[in-house]
Design a protein around this ligand. Structure first.
Ligand code: MN
Length: 201
């Protein structure tokens, strides 16, 4: 993602604000997408002028910046990836195509992958993100990242992420982070994950 006229902007939501209910309701979209995400973008835009990262891509800033610039760039990229990877709930939602084959190859089955991903999301202490990424050979890995962390800092290609900051689930799920994580499988748009996997360098 590149800045336009020196500023980054949130991507538009590819669905209506109530389309993800009851997994994520319209009030969560209003606050999480509308206010939390916007604040990270605004803080990033405020910090860029005069920094060595002016005019650079968001991915390059996330890979190389430190401190507040990194925190707000990381949260901008993380939230863009998070909100763009969802669609309306589907029962029995599961990956197809090459990403489905890679998940079965590297985790044994989709169910084993889900169990490890949920456990790593539920077990992350404090705020952060659980990620599915691909390494340079296309092998898949699940990693935990604290706060604004993103696997691009480790040379990985991020494919799928679940936000485990409390602001992501408190309106719909209160303190029940594991229930929120389990429900998110219904709204993952696997065609987006497949496209990220296909586009890796
Ligand atoms: Mn968030």
């Amino acid at each position: 993602m590149l800045p336009e006229n020196g500023k980054f902007e949130k991507p538009a939501l590819p669905y209506a604000p109530d389309a993800l209910a009851p997994v994520l309701g319209a009030e969560t979209i209003e606050f999480h997408w509308g206010k939390h995400f916007q604040a990270y973008v605004d803080n990033l835009n405020a910090a860029l002028p005069g920094s060595p990262f002016e005019g650079k891509s968001l991915e390059e800033i996330v890979a190389k910046a430190e401190g507040g610039l990194f925190n707000n760039a990381g949260q901008t990229l993380n939230h863009a990836m998070y909100f763009l990877q969802f669609r309306a709930p589907r029962e029995g939602n599961a990956p197809e195509g090459k990403i489905a084959g890679a998940i079965a190859r590297d985790f044994g089955s989709f169910e084993k992958f889900q169990a490890e991903f949920q456990a790593k999301g539920a077990g992350l202490f404090g705020s952060g993100w659980v990620w599915l990424s691909a390494d340079a050979e296309g092998k898949l890995k699940i990693t935990q990242e604290a706060n604004a962390g993103n696997p691009v800092r480790s040379g990985l290609v991020p494919l799928l992420t679940f936000d485990v900051w409390e602001h992501a689930y408190y309106i719909d799920w209160r303190n029940r982070r594991p229930a929120y994580l389990e429900a998110l499988w219904k709204i993952v748009d696997w065609s987006v994950v497949e496209a990220r996997y296909a586009a890796r360098g």
